[in-house]
Design a protein around this ligand. Structure first.
Ligand code: FRU
Length: 515
């Protein structure tokens, strides 16, 4: 281990216990990512902000740890890191299970479902009718609304549901509502087979289909699901562009579930991607996250204008193995809430992702090294000083060459490897040497690869560890990799591995999360 100049004194050692006990359920529970106390969770739903509280609803099956009849679970947070689980918000009924959807605060009471003084929160979800599905009919998914007049605590279903009936199409779901201030209308973007439909409304109850998008655009290896659609300023300019975030399963760049995006213009009816993204071939799709474990993510509605952020969160697993990951009492966690920003560089629009800044209020620098020379395997973060179950690490590689930069998180039985390969100009992650990766053949069957987007000489890295997840933000978040892992024993160190030519790391900052 090298302690270079500027290093702080190591703090009290935490533990040096032998790994006598293998990790299990309780040890796998995240410290600062949302996971339900018990049972199965998938997609985030109905996220809105109101009066200092961020609401998260989610696909929830309260009677088991695999997918089942869907409810909307509910959790809230005031700081995006500490969560309170609430009673189930919406239950299935004779019209079907409650599939994914969204919620908005109807500030002007355009729906008439509340009052001007007490604006209703209106949610739109998909009713999935399992009986019609079993009967082999096509029209078993319909869009319906529910509303709350007590800030999301309790919900009433609208009497005239469905509001967008199924026209006879099997995959017809996941409505995401957005208040389109520019055109003074509500918009819904809906996933339909391998494309999206756009609808508009004045009152959230009567909807008109205005256009479609997606045929021949981007990745189509699976069904499109859980879209999101909103305008964003282009950083450092006066320009605004519309962003379509589009999950699909399977067909992601690294297999199974994943999320692509499109940037373009919207005239109130039709979405037109910018030239570079028109008729985008499958292999040139833009991916929001190259990791294997970020799916169905969407943004929060109703953030105050003076905040102005686009805050987003996804379901941190992959349908390939989500139902078999080695936790029993609960299954599924969300990513950290993240801020999305839109940038134009070298004539290309790209989304950048960063952990929501609230995170930094809970970090405590354990060790800072201005410069580290990696001329042998170097321990950057020793488990004796920092609890690697809740750690945020930032550093940069100032001058990348055509060689491999490899980092390893290790325990007595596990190695999780990630890094950058200058020969192929791509990032990689490998979990095949984790002792418990055999629970599903797809979990560690291949390396996770992300071709590098940035052309900078320097690579910046932010790495967030929370028991079973590693969220990696490279190059100021233009390339993101989110991956889960299940160590057999507690992680003991983060190592920078020696390469052919010795290399430097800059500003290596090891932070403990105080959560
Ligand atoms: C995506 C998804 C959605 C659907 C929900 C059902 O993960 O398949 O399309 O609404 O899950 O739980």
């Amino acid at each position: 281990m090298t302690l270079a100049c500027g290093a702080q004194q190591p703090k009290e050692p935490i533990t040096t216990t032998e790994p006598t006990k293998t990790l299990e359920d309780a040890d796998y529970r995240p410290h600062f990512h949302f996971a339900p106390e018990k049972h199965w969770m998938n997609d985030p739903n109905g996220m809105f902000y109101l009066d200092g509280t961020y609401h998260l609803f989610y696909q929830y099956y309260p009677d088991g740890n695999v997918w089942g009849p869907m409810h909307w679970g509910h959790a809230t947070t005031k700081d995006l890191l500490r969560w309170d689980e609430k009673p189930i918000a919406i239950y299935p009924d004779s019209l079907g299970y409650i599939f994914s959807g969204s919620a908005v605060v109807d500030l002007k009471n355009s729906s008439g479902l509340g009052t001007r003084e007490n604006p209703p929160v209106v949610a739109m979800f998909t009713y999935h009718d399992p009986i019609k599905e079993r009967e082999g009919r096509e029209n078993f998914q319909n869009q319906a609304i529910a509303y709350s007049t007590d800030q999301g605590a309790t919900w009433r279903k609208y009497a005239m549901n469905p509001v967008i009936p199924n026209p006879g199409i099997k995959d017809f779901r996941d409505p995401k509502i957005h208040w389109d201030a520019e055109h003074q209308q509500w918009i819904v973007v809906l996933a339909v087979l391998d494309r999206v439909y756009f609808y508009t409304s004045k009152d959230l109850k009567e909807w008109t289909k205005v256009s479609e998008f997606g045929n021949g655009q981007g990745a189509h290896g699976g069904v499109w699901e859980c879209p999101d659609f909103f305008p964003m300023p282009v950083a450092g300019t006066n320009e605004t562009k519309w962003v379509l975030i589009q999950s699909l399963n399977p067909g992601a760049i690294n297999g199974g579930s994943g999320t692509q995006y499109f940037i373009g213009d919207f005239d109130g009816k039709v979405f037109t991607p910018v030239k570079a993204m028109q008729n985008l071939p499958e292999n040139h799709s833009y991916w929001l996250d190259f990791g294997r474990d970020n799916y169905a993510g969407v943004s929060w509605a109703n953030l105050p204008e003076k905040d102005g952020r686009i805050l987003y969160l996804g379901w941190m697993t992959n349908w390939q193995y989500a139902q078999e990951v080695p936790t029993e009492t609960w299954r599924g966690a969300m990513t950290l809430p993240r801020e999305l920003t839109l940038h134009k560089q070298q004539n290309q629009y790209r989304l950048h992702t960063a952990p929501a800044q609230e995170l930094w209020a809970y970090t405590d620098t354990i060790r800072y090294q201005k410069q580290v020379t990696v001329d042998a395997d170097i321990t950057l973060a020793p488990g004796s000083e920092v609890d690697l179950t809740k750690t945020v690490i930032t550093f940069s590689i100032p001058d990348v060459a055509k060689q491999k930069y490899t980092f390893q998180l290790t325990s007595a039985a596990d190695t999780l490897t990630f890094g950058y390969d200058g020969n192929t100009d791509s990032f990689f992650l490998d979990r095949s040497a984790m002792a418990t990766s055999g629970f599903h053949p797809d979990f560690a069957s291949h390396q996770v690869i992300a071709p590098r987007i940035s052309k900078d000489k320097q690579i910046t890295v932010t790495l967030i560890l929370d028991t079973t997840s590693l969220e990696l933000f490279f190059d100021d978040g233009v390339t993101v990799m989110t991956n889960i892992f299940f160590p057999k024993f507690p992680l003991t160190e983060l190592i920078a591995v020696q390469s052919i030519i010795p290399y430097q790391l800059k500003d290596v900052n090891i932070n403990q999360l105080k959560l």
